[in-house]
Design a protein around this ligand. Structure first.
Ligand code: SF4
Length: 251
């Protein structure tokens, strides 16, 4: 997790510390992070951060510096960046997308009708779609990824529409997971989605053309992909050769 532990936003599902003026980021963090990760012996890593609306580029440059340092130390490592929306700043998105990362992830979090209830007012459905669309457009073969939390009161039709909107901008990977209320001050869980329903959403999502759908009560985090590095690595290699149809059949 880059850029500190304090977010400038206050989403109603997230228990991270918040402040309008978090401490400035550590200028040496990109290098220190790269050195640490390179020493772990992992072949896939997810870099993420809090939102930093107090920094002119939203922290995009800091992220990009970390990716470049890591790729220099360990060129074979696959790097996923799970980013903020950078307030919709598409140049900030492009600068990070062109830093050498392998997977650009940004979470739309919930369906359109629930955005204002669930997310900080500075976030938004169309802004998030814009980020993912820009990331995809920046680099040939860029893999994009997003997530939707379930159990907040959304309807099936709204989930289908959100999936369709993500596919319409060529998002490749989707994760669906159960929302869990972190403290009493946060949004209540409206529904615990059954494992069968999660299976249904996986099948439904893959029928829409997502290359991979991780759908399950715990799959909002990265664990399923972390457990599947060979598949994901194969997917990335195949995508670079534009063998998308083969990839869809075997992932
Ligand atoms: S922007 Fe991200 S880190 Fe910040 S409060 Fe919202 S979900 Fe949490």
């Amino acid at each position: 997790m880059l850029l500190g532990d304090t977010c400038t936003r206050g989403c109603r599902f997230c228990a991270v510390k918040t402040s309008n003026k978090p401490p400035p980021p550590d200028a040496l963090e990109p290098l220190k992070t790269a050195i640490a990760i390179a020493s772990w012996g992992v072949d896939y890593v997810v870099l993420t951060s809090v939102d930093r609306d107090d920094i002119p580029d939203g922290g995009s440059g800091h992220f990009a510096e970390t990716v470049r340092a890591l790729k220099e130390l360990k060129p074979a490592i696959l790097v996923e960046c799970l980013t903020s929306d950078f307030r919709g700043d598409l140049e900030a998105v492009a600068s990070l997308a062109n830093s050498g990362l392998d997977v650009y992830a940004h979470n739309i979090e919930t369906v359109r009708s629930m955005q204002r209830i669930v997310r900080d007012p500075r976030a938004g459905y169309d802004q998030s779609l814009g980020v993912l669309k820009q990331a995809k457009a920046c680099k040939k073969g860029m893999v994009t990824k997003s997530s939707i939390m379930l159990g907040l009161g959304e309807t099936d039709e709204e989930i289908k529409q959100t999936m369709a909107d993500l596919r319409a901008i060529d998002v490749d990977i989707l994760t669906l997971g159960q929302y869990l209320q972190p403290t009493e001050r946060h949004l209540r869980v409206r529904e615990y989605v059954t494992p069968e329903k999660f299976d249904f959403w996986k099948e439904y999502g893959e029928s829409l053309g997502f290359v991979y759908v991780a759908s399950g009560p715990l799959s909002f985090t990265q664990e399923e992909l972390v457990l599947r590095p060979p598949e994901l690595r194969a997917m990335l290699i195949l995508q670079s050769f534009a063998l998308v149809s083969f990839m869809i059949a075997y992932t």
